[in-house]
Design a protein around this ligand. Structure first.
Ligand code: KIV
Length: 279
């Protein structure tokens, strides 16, 4: 079946739709101070395990290019790859909110972004799309069309060839001021969520307090509204070196389901990330 083929798709019935977490639930969690747990997911089996563990959010990340496809960056990932994996994930979940990444070069203009976001939502079943960087015009165009958008600032893996290495961002005052001002502009453009990757914990906490929208951190300290990790890193089944900000939740667990539950509980209890996972 081609990834844009609508036949054989499993649709959710109204009862299942009613049990899905919505963007309003995530916003209410920010308001109440309940931490949001998030993991990346790429297939139906892990989607069901993550969902059963009670994790609030799943991100079909373009990190699948590295952990599933074996590339050394996320750049080769195509929109068809993302549609295919998004559909695998959304068909198996009952509760978690699902965000799908727009991969490299699929949001070069507002019109290109709209066409690709439509595929992620209509065929992939995603509830929101994520894009990297301060693309306010694209965000506002998508939002005006009814597409919920998650912005992504800090370390931008799709820009690795400009950055030269995967390193902490926002360490000097110019960089941190730019990230802060971009975060505010993206919120004004209509973004509903923000992922902050690899930034100092004090900067992430300041941005989290400044914004009304939930901020999900990865390598950004415990002060964010929620946490995300790459699934294969936290299960320690990746082929590369586990990043310093991640943690092996398989250690001490007796099953994959147990490791995912331990992660979910550690995020809720603000026990993860600890100082050793923070910049
Ligand atoms: O692609 C991905 O997995 C991501 C996370 C690292 C946030 O964007």
């Amino acid at each position: 079946m081609a990834s844009d083929d609508w036949t054989n798709m499993t649709y959710l019935n109204p009862e299942q739709v009613a049990s899905l977490i919505t963007i309003n639930d995530l916003k209410a969690m920010k308001q109440s101070g309940e931490k949001i747990s998030c993991l990346t997911a790429y297939d139906a089996s892990f989607s069901a395990l993550i969902d059963n563990a009670g994790v609030d959010l799943m991100l079909v990340g373009d990190s699948l290019g590295m952990v599933m496809q074996g590339h050394d960056t996320t750049l080769p990932v195509t929109i068809s790859d993302m549609v295919y994996h998004s559909r695998c994930v959304t068909q198996a979940r009952k509760r978690a909110f699902v965000i799908a990444d727009l991969p490299f070069m699929t949001y070069t203009t507002p019109a290109v972004a709209a066409k690709n976001a439509a595929r992620l939502m209509q065929v992939g079943g995603a509830q929101m799309v994520k894009l990297e960087g301060a693309h306010m015009e694209v965000v506002s165009f998508l939002v005006n069309l009814g597409v919920p958008v998650c912005a992504h600032l800090g370390l931008l893996p799709q820009s690795i060839n400009q950055l030269g290495s995967y390193k902490v961002q926002g360490k000097d005052s110019n960089e941190s001021a730019k990230i802060k001002s971009d975060a505010l502009k993206l919120q004004s453009a209509g973004a509903s969520l923000l992922v902050l990757e690899c930034v100092p914990a004090d900067l992430a906490e300041e941005i989290t307090e400044l914004l009304n929208i939930p901020v999900i951190g990865i390598g950004a300290g415990v002060g964010c509204d929620g946490q995300v990790l790459v699934l294969y890193d936290m299960l320690d089944i990746g082929t590369g070196k586990r990043p310093r900000f991640s943690k092996n939740f398989m250690s001490g667990a007796t099953s994959i389901a147990g490791a995912i539950q331990a992660y979910h509980q550690a995020v809720k209890a603000q026990q993860f990330p600890s100082v050793e996972h923070t910049f």
